[in-house]
Ligand binder design. Structure first.
Ligand SMILES: Nc1nc2c(c(=O)[nH]1)N[C@H]1C(S)=C(S)[C@@H](COP(=O)(O)OP(=O)(O)OC[C@H]3O[C@@H](n4cnc5c(=O)[nH]c(N)nc54)[C@H](O)[C@@H]3O)O[C@H]1N2
Ligand SMILES: Nc1nc2c(c(=O)[nH]1)N[C@H]1C(S)=C(S)[C@@H](COP(=O)(O)OP(=O)(O)OC[C@H]3O[C@@H](n4cnc5c(=O)[nH]c(N)nc54)[C@H](O)[C@@H]3O)O[C@H]1N2
Ligand code: SF4
Ligand SMILES: [Mo]
Length: 870
């Protein structure tokens, strides 16, 4: 038997260690400091997501399969010719926080060091750039002060714009354990909508979208007037106090005014403010609700101000803690992969340029910052950028104003895309497609939210001609004439150089210093265990930073930064405010999770979640489909009435792309405007109009292949075998649709109480089942899919049909396929405790990601019965 392989989960920034045994089974790594054995549902499903249908196996140029040398030559000569004709600013690279550090390092070195253009930016612009800018402004360097150890130490945990129960599930479980061990720990969640996270909170502040800056400035003002202000700390370690106090003196930060502007009651504010003032061990976790805003940097800065004013930084359980989204968002920040960074936490200051040029041995270093993500789209539109290499991202879907982004990408003379799938909306636009080695096949390192560097190790060969991203970059670089600088033969060799650069003429200036690892042998790199930076000669770094009150600024002091809310550039008016974000079981544009039946079961269609009162007021409550539109675009979504969304708002998951539905590409509606300091788009607050679509018919198609004809709206999901397609149309009649869908093959037709069932046969075998109906139904498609490919047996068919029509309800526990219906049944039958529920139904006993929802169902029924008693 082969020994287990220790690697790291390729999804979120918690950065859980994963163990692969000799049979390929995936479990949590007990030895990893991030998760100590736990995994969430996405991590648990890593085995299933490995079998990607339609994997990109060979390079393609203009749709033709080529071998690597030809593809490399096409990219290298294409880039070189454009540079010759138009200069280095005419080419660009768009990367990802999902690239490994080694991939990222060589991409950055090629663009900034040798092509001589800083037009390299990444999806971290959409994700972390506001936090990065706030860290740099306050601490002098992009360094997250806290570590996961602080979760257990904290007595007050403030979660702002973070739905961690779904997005950082293992971190959330660590918090649950911390609260169980220390009942004094309190949680305050700040989020305009109700979430699986807010449901577990001691206090949920449902603020008006975009009012966080006011809220935290209001808190800062209260700190100034209180005993919790740490005068000694401020005097010794902080600058900017006078300017901040002046700003906070404005009457808009009086608690009554803040209440008005945030939509909270004075009592709610007092509870939050008092809890913060009273609790030295306060940890403030923040994520996309803070960063993805028109004032993202100031939002994060306002949180940091409150921690600096109280001296709550660098101490156990006390810090502002920006959670990173992607598995290697932090590694990308370390190599300097953003357009406004140079390398290894150095910016473009002349001294840094000189250092890096000497280190890399280059005389053509980029002169200054390059174009940020959205500026790249502008430049593509203008025709200023003519060649773009996209790696590990699906910008045609995930960028804001995505219809415009797609048009700009289409215009690009040479679009190169490195991906594992040829089917993403971006890959479809590429001239050159390069097949990347995926997770489980590639080798390198990633850094998580807590600055812990872990190894990703391969445990199987890459299929076809797929190759690691670092290799493709080095091949192109060599073909462009940079043989010496890109002669790396392994990720270990790249890592050594990256580590060496972090320490090069550092002299204690930069906290990011892992040069102690620059001498690792290949063998030591293979064996490397997780460790946090800064290392500075030590084996593994400290969990938290700034404990000595010394910051990475020239005077060693942290900087308070005053900022006031700007007038909103787009008034909401009578329209709804669109909020977007994540679902528990999906990852981004679904290229890696959308084909896993288990992960698509909980929410299988792109949807608009709206408060029932807003629906009835707008006359929208009878519609199946809503059209959301604004000046940028439109999209069709299944409507879902949801009490947790405040009236006047609509929440749409960010995940759906043209690969999985005709609707749901929500970024077609999202403005490219964002924070002027960081360049991060405001994905969370966009006004939209909503109209009901009067459908003529709706159907579900369950088949081995796609339906023969597609109506106005469709959405597909994988099943254990075959697929289920939801079809809705407002333009054709039922008769026309029937004809179009059943043009070929022979069809049997059954009337149903609520519609019709048509069974498509080929050579006596069932190829597909089509259920037509007027009103929506919740069918269990798996019951019918089990018939696909078998010969028709009427009694079996009817049995499965009645099972299918009995419906299943929403899936809550994806690991054990336990539905809300079964859970509610058990509760009705007397189950009161989570443990009983777990024992009876097994739900929540594997990865535990659904425990917050189980608790919520139990609590809802308890408060209902309490209400009945009263
Ligand atoms: N399941 C899953 N997990 C993921 C990912 C995934 O795709 N799927 N992606 C990973 C990545 S890259 C990232 S960046 C993280 C993101 O992790 P999170 O930031 O936790 O996720 P989101 O759902 O984008 O947004 C968080 C919350 O911000 C709230 N919000 C909206 N507007 C405001 C506002 O004005 N103020 C406040 N305070 N809150 C607001 C939203 O209602 C939402 O609940 O998740 C990571 N983890
Ligand atoms: N509306 C809205 N939009 C958002 C957000 C939001 O909250 N709301 N959040 C934003 C944020 S925070 C983020 S991080 C982005 C994420 O959005 P994207 O960057 O588009 O994320 P993914 O869909 O994960 O894209 C990763 C791509 O890399 C491919 N891939 C997988 N493994 C490999 C590999 O090893 N090598 C290569 N070369 N490719 C690989 C995948 O198939 C996929 O196509 O979305 C942003 N967009
Ligand atoms: S919390 Fe889940 S998605 Fe995030 S790293 Fe851990 S297992 Fe992966
Ligand atoms: Mo992200």
């Amino acid at each position: 038997m082969t020994a287990s392989i220790h690697t790291t989960c390729p999804y979120c920034g918690v950065g859980c260690g994963v163990k692969i045994d000799g049979q390929g089974a995936v479990t949590g790594d007990q030895l990893h400091p991030a998760n100590r054995g736990a995994l969430c549902v996405k991590g648990m499903a890593l085995g299933e997501s490995q079998t990607l249908p339609n994997r990109l196996l060979y390079p393609r140029v203009d749709g033709r399969q080529l071998d690597w040398p030809e593809a490399i030559a096409t990219v290298a000569t294409g880039f070189a010719e454009i540079i010759k004709r138009h200069g280095p600013q005419a080419v660009a690279f768009y990367g990802s926080g999902q690239m490994l550090t080694e991939d990222y390092y060589v991409a950055n070195k090629l663009m900034k060091g040798f092509i001589g253009s800083a037009n390299i930016d990444t999806n971290s612009r959409l994700c972390m750039s506001s936090a990065v800018a706030a860290h740099q402004r306050a601490f002098g360097e992009d360094a997250v002060p806290a570590g996961y150890e602080d979760l257990a130490e904290a007595e007050l945990v403030v979660m702002v714009g973070a739905n961690s129960a779904w997005t950082h599930p293992v971190l959330f479980r660590r918090l649950e354990q911390a609260r169980a061990a220390n009942p004094a720990q309190r949680w305050i969640v700040i989020d305009p909508r109700g979430t699986a996270t807010s449901q577990q909170a001691d206090l949920h502040l449902q603020i008006k979208p975009g009012s966080d800056l006011l809220l935290f400035n209001g808190l800062a003002r209260r700190i100034l007037d209180s005993a919790s202000m740490d005068r000694a700390f401020i005097e010794q370690h902080v600058t900017g106090f006078a300017e901040l106090s002046l700003t906070l003196g404005g009457s808009e930060y009086r608690t009554d005014k803040v209440a008005e502007a945030t939509g909270l009651t004075i009592a709610e504010l007092n509870r939050f403010y008092q809890a913060f003032l009273d609790t030295p061990k306060t940890l403030t976790l923040f994520c996309m609700g803070i960063n993805q805003s028109e004032q993202g940097t100031d939002n994060a800065g306002a949180i940091i101000n409150c921690h600096l004013l109280t001296g709550r930084i660098g101490k156990p359980g006390a810090a502002p803690f920006s959670l990173t989204g992607q598995p290697n968002a932090m590694g990308g920040r370390e190599v300097g992969g953003l357009a406004n960074q140079l390398a290894a936490h150095m910016d473009f200051a002349p001294g840094n340029r000189d250092k890096v040029a000497r280190f890399w041995g280059s005389d053509r270093l980029a002169p200054g910052p390059g174009l940020k993500a959205m500026e790249m789209i502008d430049a593509l539109e203008r025709g200023d950028i003519k060649a773009l290499w996209v790696m590990g991202s699906n910008p045609a879907v995930s960028l804001p104003d995505s219809a415009r982004a797609r048009r700009a990408l289409e215009k690009c003379e040479l679009l190169v895309v490195s991906d594992i799938s040829p089917n993403t909306d971006t890959a479809r636009l590429a001239r050159v497609l390069l097949p990347a080695a995926g997770w489980g096949e590639k080798d390198g390192t990633v850094t998580n939210s807590a600055r812990t560097i872990s190894r990703q190790r391969p445990f199987k060969p890459a299929p076809g001609a797929a190759r690691p991203d670092w290799w493709a970059i080095c091949q192109v670089a060599q073909a462009m004439g940079f043989e010496q600088a890109f002669g790396f033969d392994s990720p270990a060799a790249i890592f050594r150089e990256h580590a060496a650069l972090s320490g090069f003429e550092n002299g204690g200036e930069r906290l990011f210093d892992i040069s102690a690892l620059s001498g690792l042998s290949d063998e030591q790199y293979q064996q490397m265990t997780p460790r946090s930076w800064p290392l500075a000669g030590r084996e593994t770094g400290p969990a938290r930073l700034f404990g000595d009150g010394h910051f990475a600024t020239p005077d060693g002091k942290a900087r308070l930064h005053p900022a006031s809310p700007r007038e909103r550039s787009e008034p909401a008016g009578a329209r709804l405010l669109l909020n977007t974000g994540r679902l528990r079981d999906q990852w981004h544009t679904m290229s890696r999770t959308g084909h896993v039946a288990r992960l698509m079961a909980a929410t299988s269609e792109p949807q608009a979640q709206i408060n029932p009162s807003t629906l009835s007021r707008g006359g929208l409550d009878q519609a199946l489909l809503l059209q959301l539109h604004n000046e940028r675009g439109h999209t069709l979504l299944r409507v879902v009435a949801d009490e947790s969304i405040p009236p006047g708002q609509v929440f749409v998951p960010m995940h759906w792309s043209g690969e999985f539905s005709s609707g749901g590409r929500v970024n077609d509606l999202v403005s490219a405007r964002g924070c002027p300091t960081s360049g991060q788009p405001a994905f969370k607050q966009n006004p939209v109009q909503v109209v009901a679509v009067r459908h003529q018919w709706q159907a579900s198609w369950i088949g081995l292949e796609a339906p023969r004809w597609l109506p106005e709206w469709w959405s597909r999901r994988p099943l254990a075998s075959g697929e289920c397609w939801s079809l809705i149309d407002s333009q054709t009649s039922l008769a026309e649709a029937r004809t179009a869908l059943t043009r070929e093959g022979s069809w049997l037709d059954w009337p149903l109480p609520q519609g019709r069932l048509l069974v498509g046969l080929e050579a006596g075998k069932i190829q597909g089942l089509l259920l037509f109906g007027q009103s929506p139904w919740q069918i269990n498609p798996e019951a019918l899919a089990s018939l696909l490919g078998s010969t028709l047996q009427p009694s079996l068919l009817l049995g499965q049909l009645s099972q299918a029509l009995a419906g299943t309800g929403r899936l809550v526990c994806s690991c054990w396929s336990v539905t809300e219906k079964r859970i509610r049944q058990a509760i009705e039958e007397g189950v009161e405790q989570l443990e009983e529920l777990q024992q009876q139904l097994k739900c929540g006993t594997r990865c535990g990601s659904c425990i917050p929802e189980l608790k919520q169902l139990l609590e809802a029924s308890q408060s209902q019965s309490l209400g009945e008693k009263l």
